[in-house]
Design a protein around this ligand. Structure first.
Ligand code: HEC
Ligand code: HEC
Ligand code: HEC
Ligand code: HEC
Ligand code: HEC
Length: 386
């Protein structure tokens, strides 16, 4: 962020990464995450999703196979990345990753120790459990980076007590009047502003404290969702679906369930299906794999091979890139310059290919225009870090 003419979005956010979260001397820096009251949270708290299983069995089973469960050192791709990063950059920069991937390790203070020394400890295998998401009481901005506030509810100590009588008491109280329980674990914004909630982890930027180099945008599902027609908020969209869709409308489809907390016989699936088939394959989890494959094969995209024309010397990646990205107002995508070569005369084109057959000879150089249209994707395709 320090170089002149830096990215516009970063310019009107904070001046440097040092001003994010608790600042450079904060316990979780360079992650932007904060804990209410400024303390730490015992790792045990993030490792007790089984407490919730007692009454939320279906959601627990779905979550168990999800990428969120396998976000930490129980994910071999992730483990290798952190081990390598700590070897070359040290442990402190890797706390940035921990804000989104390893709550039981980071928020308890364990991440100051090199991970190789504790990779098999249960804290490092816990992933993003129920408490991670359901203890976020505020999302401070849509900058991403784990820019949320966590709160540690006292009621929980009763729920997870090793004393069966205390556990019984907890369950009795919750069943008698679930209202306080509901208010603790589901803040209204999780439903009404789901995309902003997800943005806290599904949008990243790197900066000097992480990469010892400069500001770079990482993946970002939020801004291009927000700028598209899907959100109902994008001013430049040329198409608006009948109803705006939040992240959960696609990634948390309703599944029938009779468990406590169901809404009219349904719960939001906590499998969070999307593109990751590697993790369920490695886990030999056929149910999660099947849910992901079905999600991906659900007519999400059309690929239309539309036209052919003779190849031109000026067909360069840069101009194609500019065409593709012009509808996005936010992010570095908006700053790709349109190249001058578009000013020339129109080239002969054979189209549409389902009606006119082009004459092509072996050895010809031709340009093929392909239109990829996202039908049920709420953001760029491909998205994320794939
Ligand atoms: C003793 C059984 C019990 C346990 C244990 C339990 N819950 Fe619940 N939960 C309930 C009941 C009952 C409801 C309310 C159902 C209703 O009123 O619709 C509920 C509702 C919820 C809701 C939805 C709130 C809303 O406004 O719709 C969330 C979120 C939730 N629980 C999360 C959790 C988490 C996280 C845990 C683990 C710490 C947990 N629950 C443990 C019984 C339980
Ligand atoms: C606390 C941080 C955090 C929050 C909040 C969060 N996620 Fe995630 N999410 C992650 C991480 C980390 C992964 C990747 C885990 C892995 O594979 O290592 C992930 C993975 C996913 C995946 C699977 C991606 C794939 O390639 O298959 C989906 C879908 C997803 N999240 C959607 C959501 C949605 C929707 C929300 C909001 C309701 C949300 N997430 C909230 C951190 C978070
Ligand atoms: C990645 C974040 C994330 C994780 C991890 C997570 N939840 Fe949720 N949960 C949500 C969101 C977001 C909603 C609200 C979805 C909506 O209404 O659009 C929700 C809703 C719920 C509800 C209300 C019923 C429903 O389906 O809307 C219950 C109960 C619940 N979660 C329990 C759990 C339990 C139990 C776990 C752990 C096994 C868990 N959650 C893990 C994000 C998460
Ligand atoms: C209209 C439905 C829809 C909406 C809304 C939507 N997504 Fe997706 N998402 C998809 C589909 C379909 C895929 C699989 C194709 C792909 O990888 O892009 C996907 C893929 C993903 C992936 C995996 C990307 C990859 O290739 O690794 C993540 C992460 C994700 N979405 C997060 C989000 C978040 C966060 C939001 C809200 C800001 C969101 N999605 C909104 C449909 C949607
Ligand atoms: C702001 C939150 C955030 C931060 C910080 C973050 N990640 Fe992630 N990471 C995610 C999300 C969300 C995904 C899932 C994206 C997707 O599936 O497309 C992910 C996916 C991954 C994956 C792929 C895992 C898989 O199952 O395929 C690896 C590896 C990974 N991150 C490593 C790291 C490392 C190493 C760092 C620190 C240098 C880091 N991440 C920092 C949120 C974050």
């Amino acid at each position: 962020m320090e170089q002149p003419g830096a990215h516009s979005e970063s310019a009107h956010a904070t001046a440097t990464m040092d001003e994010e979260g608790d600042g450079a001397s904060g316990p979780f820096f360079p992650s932007s995450a904060q804990v209410a009251g400024g303390g730490k949270i015992p790792s045990k708290y993030f490792m007790e999703s089984e407490v919730c299983e007692r009454c939320h069995k279906d959601i627990y089973e779905q979550w168990k196979g999800s990428a969120h469960h396998f976000s930490s050192f129980n994910n071999q791709w992730y483990r290798k990345s952190i081990e390598y990063m700590q070897d070359v950059a040290g442990t402190k920069p890797s706390k940035w990753c921990g804000g989104c991937h390893d709550p039981a390790v980071l928020y308890s203070g364990l991440m100051d120790t090199p991970i190789k020394q504790m990779v098999h400890r249960p804290e490092a295998q816990a992933g993003l459990g129920c408490m991670m998401c359901h203890s976020i009481v505020q999302v401070k901005s849509t900058m991403g980076q784990g820019d949320f506030l966590l709160e540690y509810p006292k009621l929980h100590e009763l729920a997870s007590s090793p004393n069966p009588a205390m556990r019984w008491l907890h369950d009795f109280i919750v069943d008698l009047n679930p209202e306080p329980h509901r208010r603790i674990f589901l803040k209204p914004f999780m439903r009404s502003q789901t995309a902003e909630f997800c943005s806290a982890c599904h949008k990243v930027h790197l900066d000097k404290p992480v990469n010892h180099y400069r500001w770079i945008r990482g993946f970002n599902e939020y801004d291009n969702w927000q700028a598209s027609g899907v959100s109902g908020q994008g001013a430049r969209s040329f198409y608006y679906p009948a109803k705006a869709q939040q992240c959960a409308d696609c990634h948390m489809p309703l599944e029938s369930s009779e468990e406590r907390g169901n809404v009219n016989g349904y719960v939001h699936s906590h499998r969070f299906p999307a593109a990751n088939t590697a993790v369920p394959t490695a886990n030999e989890d056929s149910e999660q794999l099947q849910a992901t494959e079905e999600f991906l094969k659900n007519k999400n995209l059309t690929v239309d091979i539309f036209a052919v024309s003779p190849a031109r010397a000026t067909d360069q990646r840069a101009s194609a890139q500019a065409d593709v990205n012009t509808t996005f107002a936010v992010g570095e995508e908006a700053e790709v310059k349109t190249t001058a070569n578009a000013a020339g005369e129109a080239a002969p084109v054979t189209a549409p290919l389902n009606r006119v057959l082009p004459a092509l000879r072996r050895g010809d150089d031709v340009r093929v225009d392909v239109v990829v249209r996202t039908k049920k994707v709420g953001h760029f395709f491909p998205g994320g870090n794939r």
